[in-house]
Each structure stands twice: as structure tokens, then as C-alpha cells.
Design a protein around this ligand. Sequence first.
Ligand SMILES: Cc1ncc(COP(=O)(O)O)c(C=O)c1O
Length: 377
Amino acid sequence: MKVKIHQLFEYLLETTQAEPQAIVGFSLSASPKLGAFLNDLDPMLPLDWNNRDFRGLPELRSHVLYHAQLAQHLDQDHVLITAGAAEANFLVLMQLLQPGDDIVIEQPGWPQAEVLAKAKGVRCVKVERSESDGWALPLATLEAAITPQTRMIFISNPNNPTGHLMDQSELEHLAEIAARAGIWLVVDEVYAGLEWQGPRAPSIAGIYERGITTGSVSKALGLQGLRTGWMVCRNKDVLRDALILRENSSEIMNIMGEVIAEIALRPDRYGPALGQARQDGQANLAAMNTWVDQQPGLSWVPPMAGLIGMARLPDGIPSDAFARRLLQEPYRTFVLPGSAYGLPGHIRLGVGGGHDVNLNDGLARLSKALRDWPNAP
Ligand SMILES: Cc1ncc(COP(=O)(O)O)c(C=O)c1O
């Protein structure tokens, strides 16, 4: 079956021509420039890809395990380097799911699993995160949603779009649920490293035999354009199946992406880069919290981790109409409507991009649009 467009991507496609003057919704850290890597790049690097490993640069795979604190339990053979977390998710979903299966997904959540599962003829069973409970994933409800046809649970931790973070004991509980049902548990950990409350959550590949971790250098390090990510899994058949599908799409990795990602993930570079990203994210988050408190009728659960969260609009403001109005004069500001996540009364706020995004300018425009909306509180 054909892969159909999701409302989130449809909105992005429709609005890319709008040329906003401000964006309130950056979902990644400030991006380094190429120059930051030049001293560590070898001008004689061959670009032919001969003698490379299909699974990715070995040193890069080691860094992935190290940062995810998986090096004690797993080795390089458990890691496949991919074109972003998006490709890792794609390979896993397309190879492990079969028509007639069920998949349990979260609502709100990153839409990729739903889009691909539907295209494969898989039934999506949604479990609602609860705003009144800080957007927690109700695990008893999730367990009750599992059927004899369920083959996989797919979630993001930290969660896109709410920034809710499951800790070690919750992840262990989730793994027990998946183990009782004998199913795969895919955790998209693309926002790992940007925790504002509590430590980094452990990677599911270290907790559960059928746990599959996906991640990338896109978010915390702001290196989205490298298109370099990974999947980590103890089951080598899953990794092999992923490799087979990749061989029939993009075949191999982009060598420049891998080489720069390897440099970026060297522990002596990663530590300071993450430190700066955390400092920038915290500063923008503090500004955002203050701003939200000052807006009549607007509220949010601040993200526990990651750079995005969902704000509830004042009663009577529909997110889609509001976001579209906001793109026009005199506001010229981009914000993602919650309708893209099935939350028509919310908007997605982002605190990424560091200082350069000039968050205050975007927030001032957003305040004006809220005030100007007919019958605003
Ligand atoms: C939860 C989640 N997974 C995956 C992706 C894709 O990331 P990547 O650039 O690593 O492919 C995103 C990007 O927005 C995301 O938010």
C-alpha cells in the first residue's frame, strides 16, 4: 500500500513558502558550522566508500554505545548506522511488521510509526498520554491495549511532542509488559541528552532483549543535516533485515555524514557540545516558562526533556486556524498547530536553536496574535 501523507508533514509542506520572520518551535539545538570540524577532517579522505563496513564506521558505532551507556552489555555488532533516526525507524517498522499485525503507539506521538504501519496494512492501537498527569503514558492502559496480534510497541522517550520522560523504573515496567506479550519494543531516543529533570533515561536496548533503540546526532547536537543516526538491538537478525532493506533503498551510508558524526561524538567533543546545548536549552526554556505564565488562558506542562512541548490555547482558539493566521501579516510567525498531533486546542512550542533564534521576538508576535484573536481572554 502507498505511504500516505500525515497532517504534520502536510502542514509543513503547505507552509514552507510562507517565509516567516520568526519561528517559535525550533526542535533542535543550535547547529555547528562545517568549519568547527575542519581541523579534524582528513583532506585525503577517499570518497569512494571502498573497504567500508555496511553497518557503519566502527569508531562511530563505539561512540553510540558509549554515550547510551550500553558499552558494557553490547558491542559494535549490535549497532547499525542509518540516515538519521528516521531511517532507523523506517527499517525497523517496515521489516518487523506484517499485514494483519497490530502495533501499539502513543497519542500524541511522533507520527512515523502510524504512517508506515498503516501503509503495511497494520492496525494502529493508540494509547493516550494524559495532560492532567503531565503527559505520562498510562502503562496499565497500554498493557490492556495489547492483543494477540500485537507485534510491536513504538514510543519516543523523551516524547515528541510533549517532552515527557520515562525513567528507568517506568521503562523496566514497560519492558516487562512487552516481555509478557513477547513483542518488540521500539524506543525512539532521538532527544536523549537533553533532560531538564532527572538523569538521562537508560536505553531500551540495554534493558530488554527485544528492545530496539533508535537515535541520531540531529537533536541534542543540532547536526540534523548530516543525516546520521543509528539503531541498537541485541537481535542480529533484526539488524540484518534492516541492512537488507537499506541495501535496496540507499544502499550505504553517506561517508561525510558518518565521518563528521564520528568526530562530533568523540567524548572530548561531545561533552562540551552537549554542555552548551543544555545551557542554551535551559535559558530558552526559562524564557518560555515566564512567557507562558504571562499569557491569559494559555498553559503548558514544561518538557521534562527535549526541546519541545505542547501548550494549551485559551478556550475557543482552534490551533490550525490560529497557526495559519499567525503566518500572515502582521505576525509572520511559524508555530506548529497541535492538530498535527491530534490536539486541536494546542500548539507546539520549541526552545531549540540557542540564542540566534531570537525567541523573544517570536514570543512577542505570538502574544500579539493571542491578544488580537476575537474574544481573546
Ligand atoms: C521523535 C523523532 N524521531 C525521529 C526524528 C527524525 O530525526 P532524524 O533527523 O534523526 O532522522 C525526529 C525529528 O523531528 C523526531 O522528533
